[in-house]
Design a protein around this ligand. Structure first.
Ligand code: VGL
Ligand code: ZN
Length: 197
């Protein structure tokens, strides 16, 4: 068995002081760094939006952050501007160990968001990560990072659906928790066969 650690979006904008700060987001950094040696490979994801991305409330007149809107691919939460390509907010947390085999960027198409590391929010456009993992013989994935109820959640469910053995280490994750989204995400992950440890 080959086991990869998939570190989701540990970026400045998701940490305290950032544009879309996840409470306690920076607390996961030392926990994740300490886990890295236990895996055959480490892969980092990076939320990477162009300016005026369609997931930003500021791109929609009359809309505020954290409101829902309808996109051509379905419902979409609108966010504060965050993780804009090339900005400090999009950089990894400065203390995160970034000696990873692969950094995969997502959310770089202006008209579509991508929570999952595997598929954009239309649930059909692939990022290429599945092929990378499968051609390297990786069968087991452990997910950590930010945010538990969005990017970790969608990545974990897609990974399980694609046939990987998936564990989410919740002590190395933190949530945004909008209107019960954390509890809903945990239920959905368990239903998909993801182990929450
Ligand atoms: C995320 C909201 C918007 C995440 C990314 O990493 O969970 N959440 N973009
Ligand atoms: Zn984003």
């Amino acid at each position: 068995m080959t086991h990869a650690l998939l570190v989701i979006d540990v970026q400045n904008d998701f940490c305290p002081g950032g544009a879309l700060a996840v409470p306690g987001g920076d607390e996961v950094v030392p926990v994740i760094n300490a886990m890295m040696d236990d895996f055959d490979t480490v892969i980092l994801t990076q939320d990477w939006h162009p300016a005026s991305h369609s997931s930003f409330a500021s791109s929609h007149t009359g809309k505020n952050p954290f409101e829902l809107t309808e996109m051509h691919y379905g419902p979409q939460v609108l966010w504060p501007e965050h993780c804009v390509q090339g900005t400090e907010g999009a950089d990894f947390h400065p203390d995160l160990n970034t000696h990873a085999d692969l950094v995969i960027r997502k959310g770089f198409r202006k008209g579509i968001d991508s929570y999952s590391a595997f598929f954009e929010n239309d649930q059909t456009t692939p990022t290429g990560l599945e092929g990378y993992l499968k051609t390297r013989g990786i069968t087991h994935l452990t997910l950590v990072g930010l945010a538990t109820d969005f990017c970790v959640h969608y990545s974990a469910i897609d990974a399980a659906r694609l046939g990987f053995d998936v564990t989410v280490r919740t002590e190395a994750c933190r949530a945004i928790d909008l209107d019960g989204s954390l509890a809903a995400a945990e239920d959905a992950m368990r239903d998909a066969g993801v182990t929450l440890a």
